[in-house]
Write a protein that binds this ligand. Structure first.
Ligand code: UD1
Length: 418
């Protein structure tokens, strides 16, 4: 088990290039199952969720290779359509393979997925959407068994713009007869990246980025190389660290449009944020001001994945900030650990009211999920004194060596194995 040891309180300066997006590469890895030709992905983050997804692909007979930031998947001989429970439980995104497996093999079976503990995470929207395109689904004792050897395009109206359900249905529908239209689709940039990938390997998808996505079934797959988009949540994490610690930092290789909601909220703290040629420069010379209201919602609204990082930021702001979590029902779990560092707040249901303190103090804290863990880490580098962060394995699910990125900014943070 690894921990982070942090000696906090230093101003940050320097440049860091942001990694490829976790939430883009995971569905795209699943989509590789659809291709009978090898696929190369570049700008891949070195994170444990990717390793776990590759284990799932290996399990169904794909040949996978990973070196530096490149991953090659050859699904030409893939033949198994049953994911064992142990692999399904490792990550929520294991469920993404359902759609592509049904499309490729006409059947699939997997288990209710695992993933971070951030609240109730049902799969009804995935299931109902797949049923609409003629997939037979039987559920029992946590296992989901699907048959879909005659997929038929249909109109699919999502009750909520679920990211995962939109992606799963898109991937299944590429082999449905006729046209499938997803209404009230999620609009996240990662869905646009998935559409780009599906079209690159030979399918016909249009509309991603809007709330209506059309998929025309059929297509002949071919070899491709695809570059994964930059991670907007990692970008936001680094910017929050800059606001909390103060200093002058540059985050490079970002997609500015994808982080505009984050930049807009952080600007309210009084820092200067400028962008130029896919780089964002943040200068913060005094204690951040309060952010009156942050409300999470589906893209292009403020991302729920940034909520805990904004909580950390607001905990040192000059004034009182309010955060409303609208997407997940239990996403304030890490805040008890923030209290150990001196954060002052009250929480009722999905609303957090945070009264900023001038300085947090170092403490021994424990990460319990990915973004909450990153939020504790940036709080520790801003806090006065020493901190130990346990549960780094959660942070490793989505951050490609967070400690190295923060060290490039001059933070004192090291990983130790205990
Ligand atoms: C994805 C992201 C995750 C992010 C989330 C919301 C990946 C790998 N993960 O997760 O980082 O926090 O989007 O932006 O891309 N819901 C249902 N029924 C369903 C599916 C979802 O009720 O069948 C609800 C969920 O409980 C939640 C909301 O919809 O309240 C959003 O979930 P969803 O958009 O599906 O998130 P994920 O795809 O799991």
């Amino acid at each position: 088990m690894d921990v982070y040891k942090v000696d906090g309180g230093r101003r940050l300066s320097g440049e860091v290039s942001v990694q490829g997006a976790k939430n883009a590469i995971l569905p795209i890895l699943a989509a590789c199952i659809l291709s009978e030709k090898p696929v190369e992905l570049t700008n891949c983050p070195d994170i444990s969720d990717v390793d776990n997804m590759l284990s799932i692909l290996d399990c169904i007979g794909c040949r996978t290779q990973k070196f530096e930031d490149r991953v090659i998947v050859d699904a030409s001989d893939a033949n198994c359509c049953e994911i064992p429970q142990e692999l399904s439980k490792r990550l929520r995104s294991s469920f993404f393979v359902l759609g592509p497996m049904i499309a490729r093999f006409g059947k699939a079976s997997c288990w209710h997925p695992g993933g971070c503990e951030i609240g109730n995470r049902p799969i009804d929207l995935h299931i109902n959407g797949l049923k609409r395109i003629n997939v037979d689904i039987a559920e029992g004792f946590g296992q989901i068994k699907c048959r879909g050897d005659n997929l038929i395009g249909a109109d699919v109206h999502l009750d909520y713009p679920s990211v995962g359900a939109t992606e799963n249905i898109m991937m299944a529908a590429v082999r449905a007869e006729g046209v499938t239209v997803i209404y009230n689709a999620a609009r996240e940039p990662e869905i646009v990246d998935l559409q780009r990938f599906l079209n690159e390997i030979g399918f016909h998808v249009a509309g991603a980025g809007s709330s209506m996505i059309a998929i025309k079934g059929g297509g002949v797959t071919h070899e491709t190389t695809h570059r994964i988009i930059p991670d907007r949540i990692v970008t936001g994490t680094l910017l929050c660290a800059g606001v909390m610690c103060g200093g002058d930092i540059i985050v490079k290789e970002v997609e500015e449009n994808d982080v505009s909601a984050i930049v807009s909220k952080l600007s309210e703290t009084g820092c200067s944020i400028t962008s130029d040629h896919n780089s964002i420069r943040l200068r913060a010379n005094r204690r951040p001001g309060e952010i009156r209201l942050i409300e999470t919602s589906p893209y292009p609204g403020f991302p729920t994945d940034m909520q805990s990082l904004m909580f950390s930021t607001c905990s040192v702001a000059d004034g009182t900030s309010v955060i409303v979590e609208n997407v997940f029902d239990s996403r304030f779990k890490h805040v008890a650990e923030m209290a150990k560092m001196g954060a002052i707040y009250t929480i009722k249901d999905r609303i957090a009211v945070i009264r900023g303190v001038p300085k947090l103090t170092g403490a021994e804290v424990c990460a319990k999920e990915l973004r909450g863990g990153a939020a504790l880490t940036i709080a520790a580098i801003a806090a006065e004194g020493e901190s130990t962060i346990h549960g780094v394995e959660y942070i490793d699910r989505g951050y490609d060596k967070l400690e190295c990125m923060l060290r490039s900014f001059g933070a004192s943070i090291r990983r130790e194995t205990v």
